[in-house]
Design a protein around this ligand. Structure first.
Ligand SMILES: [Zn+2]
Length: 184
């Protein structure tokens, strides 16, 4: 993209704010890194990166935004533009976590990844993760996958299989691919 008149480049990129502290105090590096990744992903708005001591070891997550009624009794989340990174991560693991979670923000901003539910005759149903406009995995099934990962013994075949089914969820597949690709 040429941009000969110099317009439209800075206005389309996201700003990053970092709060909390990583174990090796790499907040500044993380900020620069997130800026690069956000630009590559074409993210918009203010993206919050929070280092959180209370997040489980080696963990990171993306927040889902406020729920809004999109019609037909269907309620879906809006982008939250916020990711949380375990404070115990350091070095390239931080970059990998940031790129993975920012990919999820891209999926949210483009409307592909949402959470929500449907209200039918006063009853709440179809609670779960919506991918490209359709309920893909109910929270009940999603929690089962996560539980299987947690409960299976370390290094077991069962654990590997559970991790494999988690990583093959379409939004995770993309995020793992993006997280692995560049910054490891
Ligand atoms: Zn993920």
């Amino acid at each position: 993209m040429g941009g000969r008149n110099g317009r439209g480049i800075s206005s389309s990129s996201a700003t990053i704010s970092v709060s909390g502290q990583s174990v090796l105090d790499e907040s500044e590096a993380a900020k620069g890194y997130a800026q690069t990744a956000a630009k590559e992903l074409g993210l918009k708005g203010n993206i919050e990166v929070v280092f959180d001591e209370n997040l489980g070891s080696n963990a990171a997550e993306v927040e889902m935004g406020k729920i809004e009624h999109v019609g037909d009794g269907l309620y879906l989340s809006t982008p939250a533009n916020k990711i949380t990174i375990g404070a115990d991560l350091y070095g390239s693991d931080i970059n990998e976590a940031i790129s993975h979670e920012l990919k999820h923000i891209q999926q949210q901003q483009t409307g592909r990844l949402k959470t929500g539910f449907r209200l039918v005759n006063g009853k709440y149903t179809e609670h779960g993760i919506y991918w490209e406009g359709k309920l893909h995995t109910t929270f009940a099934d999603y929690n089962k996958i996560k539980e299987r990962i947690q409960k299976a013994p370390r290094g077991s075949y069962e654990k590997l299989e559970a991790i494999k089914s988690y990583k093959s969820l379409p939004w995770e597949k993309e995020a793992y691919a993006f997280g692995d690709r560049i910054y490891k």
